[in-house]
Structure formats: structure tokens, C-alpha cells
Design a protein. Structure first.
Length: 255
């Protein structure tokens, strides 16, 4: 029976490691700043974008968030929703190429929104809502480079975007996909646009990674690691059960 116990202990260790890998992968995949909804129709009007900012830094709070809006394909009529405890500074930039609309020619647009004065504690997130009057209709996506500054002086730079066909980069920028006009878009955002303050992160998404140098794995990689971990765990338990059955049969006395 000692060999059976050893097999069970090994199987338990393998299963625990598999579960730990699954939770860690889920946490890494959700660590970066995202925009919701993930898509809108080209040229959509009178909508809202929600920038979700999680804080997975153990020893510091998020105290500043900077979102940079593209000016080569500008958003028109940008308005910032008030956020309890935070002050928003909106920066306008003169456009290199003015945009003609039914109401006239637009020569400048919002290029940066900076929120300060508030705090996102470790293990929490905050949603920052931005309304727009009209989205561009001459591009397939909008990239919102974002800087997340912590109370200890570290800054997470969410500024990278994947090349065509590549996996998600280590520090991905929020990306809004623009679909053909009339296509379904602007689905469930996963965020309460009327909420303010901060919200706790789910337990499964907490991690101890340093935000200043966070290397967010791609969602596909995280899912692959999780599935592999579960498979290994199941095989370990199956091996333990088989060994236990053999031990019992071998030690039974004949009638």
C-alpha cells in the first residue's frame, strides 16, 4: 500500500500544479486595459466607450490613467462622463486632415483624456466612460494607447498592437473593431456605464505580477495553458485510481 500512497501523493501534486497554472493563466489574460464594447459599426453615432482599468499590482494603487485617442481617424463629439473621485483633463489637437460633416467641417478633435485624483486599489478595477458623437468610417479598427500610473511611480504602458495574424503582444493597447455598417455591434459591454468608483476583481483574476513590467500573455495562450493543466490533472487522478485498484486486488485474500 505504500506504493499506492506514493502514487496518490504524486497525483495530488500534479493536480494542484495544473489548477494553479489554470488560475495564473486566467489572471494574466485579464490584466490589461480593455475597451468595451469590443466592436462598433463604422460611422456609428451617439455611443459610449468604456475603458476598463484593472489593478493587479499588490503594493500600489492606480492613481493616473491616460487614454490617447487616434487623430488620423478621429472620434467626433467626445464627452467624458463624471467619475467619482477622479478629475478628467481633455486635450484637443488640430487635425492634419479636417473632417467634413453635415454640420460643417471639423478642424480639431480630442486626442487625450487624463484621469487623476482617484485611486484604484489592488485587486479592483474602474470603468471610465467616454461618449462620442460619431466614429470614423474609413478604418477597420481604432487603437487607444493607454498609460497606467501607480502610486509607487511605476507606469504600465499599454501601447502595443498586434500585426496582422500575430498573437497578442505583451502590453496590448485597447482596440475597438469597426465593422461594416449595418452589422451587429455594440453588444453587451460587460460594464455598467452608470457605475462609478472601483469594483473588486474576481478572485480568479488576481495575480502577483509586477505591473511596471507586466507581460500579459495572449488569451489564446492562457486558454491553452489552462486546458493543458486540466488534462495533466485528469491523467494524474486516473493513474492514482488505477494504482489504488491494483493495490486492493493484489492484497485481497482468496476465499
Amino acid at each position: 500500500m505504500s506504493s499506492v500512497r506514493a502514487t496518490l501523493r504524486r497525483a495530488g501534486v500534479v493536480t494542484a500544479l495544473a489548477a494553479t497554472g489554470l488560475l495564473a493563466a486566467a489572471g494574466i489574460a485579464s490584466a490589461h486595459v480593455t475597451v468595451h464594447p469590443e466592436s462598433y459599426a463604422k460611422g456609428a453615432t451617439d455611443g459610449v466607450l468604456t475603458f476598463r482599468v484593472p489593478n493587479e499590482e499588490d503594493g500600489a494603487g492606480t492613481t493616473k490613467v491616460q487614454v490617447f485617442l487616434p487623430t488620423d481617424h478621429p472620434l467626433l463629439g467626445v464627452l467624458v462622463s463624471p467619475q467619482d473621485g477622479w478629475t478628467a483633463k481633455v486635450t484637443n489637437t488640430k487635425l492634419k486632415k479636417p473632417v467634413k460633416t453635415d454640420d460643417g467641417t471639423i478642424t480639431d478633435a480630442v486626442s487625450e483624456i487624463t484621469w487623476t485624483g482617484g485611486r484604484i486599489d489592488p485587486g479592483h478595477y474602474a470603468d471610465f466612460n467616454v461618449a462620442f458623437g460619431q466614429l470614423p468610417d474609413d478604418t477597420d479598427q481604432l487603437v487607444f494607447k493607454t498609460l497606467q500610473t501607480y502610486s509607487d511611480g511605476k507606469t504600465a504602458r499599454w501601447i502595443e498592437q498586434p500585426a496582422q495574424g500575430d498573437e497578442e503582444p505583451e502590453s496590448p493597447a485597447p482596440v475597438l473593431k469597426l465593422t461594416a455598417k449595418g452589422a451587429d455591434s455594440g453588444a453587451d459591454t460587460g460594464a455598467d456605464t452608470g457605475a462609478s468608483g472601483t469594483t473588486p476583481l474576481p478572485e480568479s483574476s488576481k495575480s502577483a505580477a509586477s505591473t511596471g513590467s507586466t507581460a500579459s500573455a495572449s488569451d489564446s495562450t492562457a486558454r491553452g495553458l489552462g486546458v493543458a493543466g486540466l488534462v495533466v490533472g485528469v491523467l494524474g487522478l486516473a493513474a492514482a485510481g488505477f494504482a489504488l485498484a491494483r493495490g486492493r486486488n493484489g492484497g485481497a485474500r482468496p476465499e
